[in-house]
Design a protein around this ligand. Structure first.
Ligand code: AMP
Length: 429
């Protein structure tokens, strides 16, 4: 299964520093002709900063601490040298004993990373697979039994399969811990430690994290040996491309306001963020009832439902996706014209992350944030983080002719029944 579009090249200004005349070309990074070929086929012209800085060192087996987030090209930064290393140290496929483990917090990210490995190693003898929860285990077990070089996994399902002895980590040569900060936020710290205990001491380790709170610093000290530290900060350039506005609105008025904003047909594809899963469901249902093609994306949805929603959103059959932070983390959907923060995030970095879902591929994007009186402190923190004051949203589109329907459907059937009963009574007289 593939939910990524690793083929969509990113404009150099979209989150990466523009390539300078002195920045290296892929051919300068010691990559093999087969990989250079794959990159050319994907339309990648030059390496992103994290790729240029990390690839030569990773090829030499160095550990890496990457302070970077999705959108910087970090997946290729680790996938390319890993693939090349696997091909150079070619060994027979050993069933249930992968040689590379990439641990990532969400199913969507796991799928995207696995799709990237497949894309870059298409013509090479490297086999990768992905395991995550929420779907049947058997196909994953069968894939493991057939033999796999690169295993991309979320922690829960990985531990499950390890307990069932379907995965054996004793031959891991390279370990990648992706989105480490998010992994800890999601409460996976104990799971990560249990996985680490099973890894051989002799290995190359890479840790990626968008932020570096103290617990990640500590984790990196136990995990990495003399790592190269590469730090890239895409938000600054991305954020500049985005028109950002705030709309002061009280909680009960948020839903009608959203419906009103979405009347605007220039909003081709909008990603709406809510704080809770329940909130995402409520907003998506409300929009749907008002005739707006919308669906919710969050961790309580089945894997099938999440994939369907994402596929429809990508294909343009859904105009609005209402998501929680965790579900939307790392989503690489081209053509998102608007990001709407229905609820403001309590972490300013999340704001940067969220709005970075638009203005990808060098395009402009618009971010609209709703702020109720309880969210003023969040807004202040965000403005401090991005070092600018958000423009207050001006005139709104006119009220829709038909107001969006209330959340609870009037009990149509029972009232109809009552009318019918009254009529029958009347007739009886
Ligand atoms: P990532 O940060 O790994 O999630 O990558 C974000 C997007 O950038 C993906 O769609 C990649 O296909 C794309 N990408 C990665 N490296 C490059 C590159 N050197 N040139 C153009 N696009 C790239």
């Amino acid at each position: 299964m593939s939910t990524e579009s690793p083929g969509a090249p990113v404009h150099p200004d979209a989150g990466f520093d523009a390539a300078s005349p002195t920045s290296p070309a892929f051919a300068d990074l010691d990559l093999s002709p087969a990989l250079l070929d794959a990159l050319e086929r994907r339309g990648y012209e030059s390496p992103t900063p994290i790729q240029a800085q990390a690839i030569p060192h990773l090829l030499r087996g160095r550990d890496l601490l990457g302070v970077a987030q999705t959108g910087t090209g970090k997946t290729a930064a680790f996938a390319l040298p890993i693939i090349q290393g696997l091909v150079e140290r070619h060994k027979r496929l050993q069933s249930r004993r992968p040689r590379v483990l990439v641990l990532t917090p969400t199913r969507e990210l796991a799928s995207q990373i696995s799709a990237s490995f497949d894309a870059y190693s298409k013509r090479l003898p490297v086999c990768s697979t992905v395991v995550f929860g929420g779907v049947g285990k058997m196909p994953q077990i069968r894939a493991m039994r057939r033999g796999v070089d690169v295993l991309v996994a979320t922690p829960g399902r990985l531990l499950d399969l390890m307990q069932q002895r379907e995965v054996d980590l004793s031959r891991i040569e390279v370990f990648v811990l992706d989105e480490a900060d998010r992994m800890l936020d999601m409460g996976f710290v104990r799971d990560v430690r249990r996985v680490l205990e099973q890894l051989p001491d002799e290995r190359q380790s890479l840790l990626f994290s968008a932020t570096m709170p103290e617990d990640i610093v500590q984790l990196s000290k136990t995990l990495l040996r003399d790592p190269l530290r590469v730090e890239v900060t895409p938000p600054s350039t991305t954020v500049e491309l985005i028109e950002q506005r705030v709309c002061f609105v009280e909680k009960p008025d948020k839903r009608p306001l959203l419906a009103r904003i979405l009347q605007d047909n220039t909003i081709e594809r909008a990603l709406v963020f809510t704080r809770t899963k329940h909130g995402a469901d409520k907003v998506a249902r409300y929009l749907h009832r008002g005739g707006i093609r919308a669906a919710a994306l969050h961790g309580n949805k089945t894997q099938g439902a999440r994939e369907r929603a994402l596929d429809m959103f990508r294909a343009g059959r859904l105009r609005v996706l209402v998501a929680t932070d965790i579900a939307a983390r790392g989503l690489d959907v081209p053509g998102i014209t608007h990001v709407i923060n229905y609820d403001l995030p309590n972490m300013p970095e999340s704001y940067v992350h969220r709005i970075g879902r638009t203005a990808r591929a060098g395009k402009d994007g618009i971010a609209i944030s709703f702020c109720d009186s309880s969210e003023r402190t969040y807004l202040k923190a965000i403005q401090r983080e991005i070092r600018r004051t958000l423009e207050v949203m001006g005139e709104l589109p006119p009220e829709p002719k038909r107001a969006a329907p209330p959340l609870k459907r009037p009990a149509a059937t029972s009232s109809r029944r009552r009318v019918r009963r009254r009529r029958t009574r009347r007739r009886a007289y």
